[in-house]
Design a protein around this ligand. Structure first.
Ligand SMILES: [Zn+2]
Length: 457
């Protein structure tokens, strides 16, 4: 029987008087919808810093996949708040409504039958109350009315860990507070051998689509998940899960993963640098990212390869094709292949709407026949790898919708499909020793969890 120590270093703060907040510093890298809406039901949970979590269960605990904005159990929040005003509301008194797409506050109030005269008072209830104006589809709003139908309190569930609570003090005066709920993270493990599809393997490993998408993203520079996978390829992954009151409400990031395909082993370990940027690295500390994405568009097929003696399909003359044509539906987003600067945005003869990016001193990329440009692709602007710069079209001399993509090294055209791409920045020298300690702990845990699971099979 084995136990894993899992560090849950969120600050322990109870949602009690003067609305002390529980800041979940650990999760700086998480997007809000990753967060579990964690209920402070048990003080014991809150004061536990080095939580010991049993990991010897051979099966991944199967739990309900929550929607992005799962609502917290009503009674739990009431119990969680030791503040007397909050305790005045019992679970039964709340009516829950879901924000629908196209709702704004006025529409929403009308739809649920609440008078618009509350709006200015609610919005004036405190500094956080303006959040109420940003209704998001799927968000839960709870209202508590008195016996005469007057609004006593309203709660907006902003995400898994934040609730805006607005409370009536006198007929036309409301006060509001932002309640931050603590959460607990646990490390889970999944592994599978691919027999049919990757999706089938994911299901067998009980891994969510979100975790699988992250896994594919991590190895996207090394593995083409559409083309490279073979039966008996294997993967294993360690990832965080977020729990509220013992129930899983979401997943956090992948901490470490391994993919074995076609005789090669790829390993990735997540590491956060001193600036708070998290990236994935090989056990040797190299970045898993390349400085460039090889294909800057989700294409349906390659309609023309790099070819210096091609007959042009429109001009019917021998004209070198100095790039790759990716056929894709009109309007498909085109991404910047690497970090760089926009040095040209405009029309360029037969290329039609064209963008040229300069990447450092050696590299440049060109994107032609675009339907239109994105606001990010302004001339002289800096751009990040993967940012959308424009959309596929057939402007200029083109027979159909496609992206014409060129890659130049020191001014010379190279075949984008075969050019050796430089790696992105690896672990910086001053962080290497720290990284290696972390990486070996993660790899050991990955192996250990695999052994535990295998032993149980
Ligand atoms: Zn072309």
């Amino acid at each position: 029987m084995t136990y894993q120590k899992v560090k849950t270093d969120y600050k322990t703060a109870i949602l009690a008087k003067s609305s002390t907040t529980a800041k979940i510093t650990r999760w700086a890298g998480l997007k809000p919808w990753h967060w579990g809406l964690y209920l402070a039901v048990g003080i014991t949970v809150l004061v536990t810093i080095g939580q010991t979590i049993r990991n010897d269960s051979p099966q991944i605990k199967q739990s309900k996949q929550p929607s992005e904005l799962d609502i917290l159990p009503l009674n739990s929040l009431a119990i969680a708040n030791a503040d007397p005003p909050l305790l005045r509301h019992s679970a039964a008194e709340w009516h829950t409504h879901k924000v629908q797409s196209g709702d704004n506050l006025t529409f929403f109030f009308k739809r649920i039958g609440l008078s618009a005269h509350y709006l200015p008072h609610l919005l004036a209830s405190g500094p956080h109350a303006k959040r109420l104006q940003n209704l998001m589809p799927g968000q839960m709003i709870q209202i508590h009315l008195d016996a005469t139908g007057e609004l006593i309190a309203l709660r907006q569930h902003l995400n898994h860990t934040q609730v805006l609570h607005i409370e009536r003090q006198s007929p036309n005066r409301f006060t509001s507070q932002l309640i931050e709920l603590p959460a607990e993270t646990r490390i889970n493990f999944g592994m599978a051998t691919i027999e049919g599809s990757l999706a089938a393997a994911a299901k067998k490993a009980q891994l969510s689509a979100k975790v699988m998408a992250e896994l594919a993203d991590i190895f996207a520079y090394d593995i083409d998940f559409a083309l490279d996978l073979r039966p008996r390829d294997r993967f294993k992954v360690l990832y965080e899960e977020i729990f509220v009151d013992g129930s899983k409400v979401g997943t956090g990031p992948i901490l470490a993963a391994e993919f074995r395909t076609q005789g090669k082993v790829y390993q990735a370990i997540r590491f956060t640098d001193t600036q708070g940027n998290s990236n994935y690295y090989t056990p040797q500390g190299k970045s898993l990212k390349k400085a460039f994405i090889r294909t800057p568009v989700n294409y349906t097929r390659i309609s023309s390869h790099f070819n210096l003696t091609r007959k042009h399909p429109v001009l019917h003359k021998i004209r070198a094709h100095k790039g790759v044509d990716y056929a894709a539906p009109h309007g498909t987003p085109v991404k910047a292949a690497g970090d760089g600067k926009v040095i040209f945005t405009g029309t360029k003869g037969g290329y039609g709407n064209t963008i040229i990016l300069q990447h450092g001193t050696q590299y440049s990329t060109l994107y032609a026949h675009l339907a239109r440009f994105s606001p990010q692709s302004c001339q002289g602007c800096n751009i990040k790898q993967g940012e959308i710069i424009g959309y596929v079209g057939k402007s200029g001399l083109a027979t159909g919708n496609h992206l014409h993509f060129e890659f130049r090294v020191n001014g010379e055209h190279r075949d984008p499909l075969t050019v050796t791409l430089p790696n992105a920045q690896g672990i910086l020298p001053n962080l290497r020793s720290q990284y290696f300690v972390h990486a070996s702990a993660m790899l050991n845990l990955l192996e250990h969890r695999e052994n535990v699971m295998l032993a149980a099979q």
